[in-house]
Ligand binder design. Structure first.
Ligand SMILES: [Zn+2]
Length: 443
């Protein structure tokens, strides 16, 4: 389909950070055909009036657990250990495969409505999430959460082999919108033996790894006591960071100078999820050091069980506020850099390197905002307004690979009313079921 967006303000996020006022964009099939000067022979099937609209690259969420929408608000005001042991790994004992589908579908509605076109998900029963990716038109990198403890001990269990079969079947599926990574939960929940097998499979098959890494000072101390190495150094020692497809590591909140050097050297992508770090009191990663030393960094929301929503607009805002507050330096993490972390850096982390910039030949992954509202006026700096003033309700349209997922504030690919109803019913059923603790956080 050919789409012409006429006379919009366009935040390109190109190398010069250009904002083009009253600019036209031509989209042909999956790509941006032209920005500014539109070829005379371009024949649009649809013309979008761009007045009072800001167009920017759609957001990429680099770490999420979408189906955990079902346990939103179920584990509040608790430290990580109690949050996992007493609430999350209790509720998940009642989780079914079908719940994962509806939880993932609810997550997709929420993400699209807040300007996100792609996400890295880490959870169970990935076939269900893959169906949602396919139907919603979003892009995703899916990692089946693995503990390596055996079927009888796990909810939503998959053997490593099953995950590899899933990857073979689905990687680069959904017209190239779906990618697959291996998803060991973390170093503290998997044995070294199992993690070595995961690393080996990743190297052999060229499949990436997505895991949680170095989330708290407690984890660092336990790793030093058990292995004589920090979690990052231990992950490197086990070969988890050596794959041809780069590892995606969530959090890395507590790291040493040597850890940062390892992350940079091994080309690991760190997914910073400021809301979880703040809400669970885990501490914030040294993002400025990461960026200065060349650690590839992106932003994520984490799951709604910890952060309550999947809103990347808020993740951007908290990333900026967190770094400024911690350092007592308002110059820290300028807003243009935050926008790049939430778009092109995330796109690269998920393996969609041709997204995240509005320029000729790039993928047409776009988010449109209604700027004719009190909190957007005056338009001195629209990029700053996106980061520090925008709401999900401002997002009017989202396009992924040239296809509308949201048009005039209506979801075009998902039956939102049914999804909301199903998710609500299932979430209430889940926590009323007889529950038991299915896993133990070692502290
Ligand atoms: Zn997580």
């Amino acid at each position: 389909m050919n789409v012409l967006i006429k006379g919009a303000d366009v935040l390109t996020l190109d190398a010069d950070g250009r904002l083009l006022r009253g600019c036209d964009i031509a989209v042909s099939s999956r790509n941006i055909l032209a920005v500014g000067e539109i070829p005379r022979d371009f024949e649009p099937d649809e013309t979008v009036v761009g007045r009072h609209r800001l167009v920017m690259p759609a957001l990429f969420n680099a770490h999420a657990h979408g189906p955990m929408t079902l346990v939103r608000g179920w584990a509040e005001d608790l430290p990580l250990e109690r949050w996992l042991n007493e609430r999350i790994w209790v509720a998940e004992s009642a989780l079914t495969r079908a719940d994962v589908f509806w939880g993932a579908a609810l997550a997709a509605c929420e993400m699209i409505r807040s300007g996100t076109a792609a996400y890295a998900d880490h959870y169970f029963w990935l076939e269900e999430t893959a169906k949602v990716v396919e139907a919603s038109g979003m892009k995703a990198m899916l990692a089946w959460c693995l503990f390596g403890r055996g079927a009888e001990k796990e909810v939503g269990h998959a053997s490593l082999q099953k995950t590899l079969d899933f990857a073979r079947l689905r990687h680069e599926g959904a017209e190239g919108r779906l990618r697959v990574a291996l998803g060991p939960h973390s170093l503290y929940m998997c044995t070294d033996d199992f993690l070595r097998k995961v690393a080996d499979a990743s190297h052999r098959l060229g499949i990436g790894i997505h895991l949680h890494l170095s989330e708290s000072q407690g984890q660092v101390e336990r790793s030093l006591a058990e292995h004589g190495r920090t979690p990052v150094a231990h992950a490197a020692h086990l070969g988890l960071l050596d794959g041809a497809a780069h590892a995606l590591a969530a959090h890395c909140a507590c790291v040493t100078a040597e850890d940062i050097a390892i992350l940079a050297r091994k080309l690991v992508c760190v997914a910073h999820c400021p809301k979880t770090c703040m809400k669970l009191g885990m501490g914030l990663p040294p993002l400025r050091r990461f960026l200065e030393l060349g650690v590839h960094s992106a932003l994520g929301t984490d799951g709604p069980a910890s952060g309550n929503d999947l809103n990347m607009l808020e993740a951007m805002r908290l990333a900026g506020l967190g770094q400024k507050h911690e350092s007592r330096r308002p110059e820290e993490l300028p807003h243009m850099q935050i926008l790049k972390l939430a778009t092109q850096a995330g796109a690269r982390a998920l393996g969609f390197a041709n997204s995240g910039v509005i320029a000729e030949g790039k993928r047409a992954d776009l988010a449109l905002f209604d700027t004719d509202q009190a909190h957007w006026i005056p338009a001195h700096d629209l990029a700053a307004s996106v980061v520090y003033a925008s709401h999900p309700g401002d997002v009017t349209d989202v396009m992924c690979d040239g296809r509308w997922l949201l048009r005039n504030r209506q979801l075009t690919t998902l039956d939102e009313e049914r999804i909301r109803r199903e998710a609500q019913t299932r979430a209430l059923r889940m926590v009323k079921a007889p529950l038991r603790q299915v896993r133990q956080y070692p502290g």
